[in-house]
Design a protein around this ligand. Sequence first.
Ligand SMILES: Nc1nc2c(c(=O)[nH]1)N[C@H]1C(S)=C(S)[C@@H](COP(=O)(O)O)O[C@H]1N2
Ligand SMILES: [Mo]
Length: 316
Amino acid sequence: MLIKRPSDIASSEITSEAVYKDRRRFLQQMIGLSVAASLGGYLSPVQAAYGGKPLTYSKAKEFQLDEKLTPYKDVTSYNNFYEFSTSKQAPARMAHTLKPTPWNISVEGACAKPGNYALEDLLKPQALEERIYRLRCVEGWSMAIPWVGLPLASMLKRFEPTSDAKYVLFETLYDTEQFPNQRGRVLDWPYVEGLTIAEAMNPLTLMAVGLYGEVLPNQNGAPMRLVVPWKYGFKSIKSIAKIRFVEKMPTSSWMKASSREYGFYANVNPQVSHPRWSQKRERRIGEWGRRETLMFNGYAEQVAHLYSGMDLKKNF
Ligand SMILES: Nc1nc2c(c(=O)[nH]1)N[C@H]1C(S)=C(S)[C@@H](COP(=O)(O)O)O[C@H]1N2
Ligand SMILES: [Mo]
């Protein structure tokens, strides 16, 4: 059981605001200590709570980041989630209409094990890990976020994709009761994204179910969202209800909205401008000034080989 129900939570885990703040400081110190003490690829399981339901996970040693984390408050109150609103402040206020439990994921297309899966069953045998990733929005801001999730590859492998599976398509839930802005036409709903099978299977690609040690807040894409850290933020689709293995390159919602501005690959690239603005610099949320944007958002070592010989200006 990964996600604790309220009845499973011992009263000792329910803390007052003051205790919680102290504990937060304490946990940050503990995390620092255990990083120093670790020898293996993973550190021992940690449980932390920042306000939501706590998750049990291990810190993935390879995927830490020597940068200040974006404060929890900013991560959970400055969001892009057009199913609620195009305002970045609104999702945190509105996202209570989303009901992330129970949640089913429909798996379709070129695989041996299609079906309708309960999220719980997909997570049960898997060990969650914490990875700190940069998230770079195409609009020019960024964050550093401690996600909790599992490698997308380990989730996809159990569906046994066939050799026809050249791409993976993802869809957000379509439900105008839970997502009121799906009644409007700001995008062609449901939100669709896609990856090549090699991108999906790359060890960096994460299926996140939490952040800051707790179950994903609704506004961050509960109960399950993609995190593809070398691509612009819009590739990291939230509240996924469908996964389909396909032979042809999917057309994403943003490609449909403006194919001139948003391509399939959407790799972070300071050398390739958006038609309306430069991508050379970014503003880290919660900090002053601007920093240089890094090629592939700083993950070139892990992913540049996926695009060798490709014209990145054409394949933006
Ligand atoms: N379904 C869905 N997924 C989405 C979006 C959205 O509007 N709807 N916005 C994207 C964009 S543009 C960004 S930058 C990130 C923001 O994630 P965050 O709010 O957790 O920081 O989510 C991405 N995933
Ligand atoms: Mo974004």
